[in-house]
Design a protein around this ligand. Structure first.
Ligand code: GAP
Length: 440
């Protein structure tokens, strides 16, 4: 299968099975924003849960935060985003569309949209932040921005979290939340969008220990990607050269994934020094220094940041899991998702619609729901078709209730990847699934 085919196949499977829909589709869509359907929403929630478990719940040195999307506009002045979060663009004097200078047609001074010639002047810097107004008056004084990263919420709350959680440096603040960027070249399905979610963690350390912590977090984040089952050969690290560094970074490494459209950033690990805290201290006039209780040292902590997109992780999970195989002359497509992130954990089928099998299947389905195990009961179609639907949804286990169930109360559990089947007591299914979810 060629790589370009793979993106097409993932996009169509995502729509067909209810992972991802185009936003406002009935109106022809909206520019590079997407909606997550029943399965996509579950997949996203599971990815976020895995991240939160590893970054917050399994640690004693990282606290969670949920800060607001709208912030005081001075935050963006201090952070450097008002001046520095820009792309050089040219604007067509006829239709007013803006383009990167490397867009085909622009170098011949012809607008790629309206076709008019001699329409471009010199490139100008355009800010990528979305603007809106707070309150009833639409003027410059009431202009606010949709945050382009969640990180700033952690910096402006550094003292609040440190005091209330009684954490000592080194400690981190983790956050999952929406971010918005008016990207000029969005695309590749959900890879680069204008509205997305970030999972970011700011780790505050004593200056001089930042290099060590940088290496620590880079390897912890690589390990997390491996733990989701993402193929190791598809991951690599790329250190930013001086010309690539963001305005706040002293050092930055991208964890890259080999997408069908090439190696691209999956996650960033950034050494931000005291850039952000220092700027917020200057602009707000509030002291943001940490006072070490033991040695009475006073310093502005340095920050090591880890930042990854939820949708980008979802895209990688789908691409990496997509598998086509031929079993005894029959083609099958399945998503070999790690069971912890799979949207549905178990599907229950009665083999036939008679002899009380549907009622038994329904009872098992109710037990699974009561145990809060995401599950599905499919009564219709041939057993082969029902398996195929679940394979495409990435459901790790299918349970079939058959005639033998009537005799001895056992059911079969079929494994999505190996196709192995085992018989267990129907009353043990919830425990079996819970045990297997803990094992992976
Ligand atoms: N706070 C640092 C920061 O925002 P970034 O490298 O610009 O760093 C971090 O973004 C991560 O957020 C990226 O590695 C990517 O996974 C995700 N991301 C950034 N822009 C995105 C976009 N337009 N669409 C989807 N995900 C995006």
């Amino acid at each position: 299968m060629s790589d370009s085919n793979l993106m097409g196949k993932i996009t169509s499977l995502a729509k067909r099975r209810g992972f991802v829909f185009q936003s406002s589709e009935i109106y022809g869509g909206a520019g590079s924003v997407w909606d997550f359907g029943p399965l996509g929403n579950e997949l996203k929630r599971n990815v976020k849960e895995q991240w939160w478990n590893s970054m917050v719940h399994r640690r004693d040195d990282v606290e969670g935060l949920d800060s607001s999307i709208l912030m005081n506009p001075k935050v963006w002045e201090a952070s450097g985003h008002l001046d520095g979060f820009t792309d050089p663009l040219v604007e067509c004097s006829n239709c007013h569309r803006r383009f990167r200078t490397d867009t085909p047609g622009v170098d011949e001074d012809q607008c790629p949209t309206c076709g008019k010639t001699e329409v471009f002047g010199d490139p100008r810097m355009f800010n990528l932040m979305f603007k809106t107004f707070m309150g009833p008056v639409e003027d410059e004084a009431s202009t606010v921005f949709l945050r382009p990263e969640t990180a700033q919420g952690a910096y402006v709350n550094f003292i609040n979290v440190h005091n209330s959680a009684r954490q000592k440096v080194p400690f981190g603040i983790a956050q999952i939340g929406k971010a918005f960027r008016n990207e000029i070249t969005p695309g590749n399905f959900i890879f680069r969008t204008r509205e997305f979610e970030q999972m970011e963690m700011q780790f505050f350390v004593e200056p001089g220990t930042d290099d060590e912590w940088f290496e620590y977090w880079l390897s912890a984040r690589l390990e997390w990607s491996h733990s989701l089952g993402i193929a190791e050969k598809k991951l690599r690290v790329h250190e930013h050269g001086k010309d690539e560094l963001a305005h706040y970074a002293k050092k930055a490494v991208d964890i890259e994934y080999e997408f069908p459209f090439g190696w691209q950033e999956f996650e960033g690990v950034h050494s931000r020094t005291d850039f952000d805290l220092k700027r917020h201290q200057e602009h707000s006039g509030k002291r943001l220094e940490y006072i070490d209780p033991a040695g009475n040292k006073r310093f502005l902590p340095y920050v090591v940041e880890t930042a990854v997109g939820v949708e980008r992780t979802v895209l990688i999970a789908l691409l990496d899991a997509y598998t086509e195989e031929n079993v005894d002359g029959v083609e099958r497509v399945f998503l070999s998702l790690d069971p912890r992130i799979a949207p549905t954990k178990v599907a229950v089928f009665p083999l036939m619609k008679k002899e009380g099998l549907p009622e038994l299947a329904d009872g098992l389905y109710e037990d699974l729901r009561n145990a809060a195990i995401p599950s599905f009961c499919d009564m219709s179609g041939s057993i082969g078709r029902r398996y195929r639907r679940q394979d495409e949804a990435g459901t790790p286990w299918c349970v079939t209730v058959d005639k033998q169930t009537l005799e001895d109360g056992t059911v079969t559990i079929r494994d999505r990847d190996s196709l192995n089947q085992e018989r267990i007591a129907m009353e043990m299914v919830c425990k079996w699934v819970s045990d297997h979810l803990l094992k992976v």
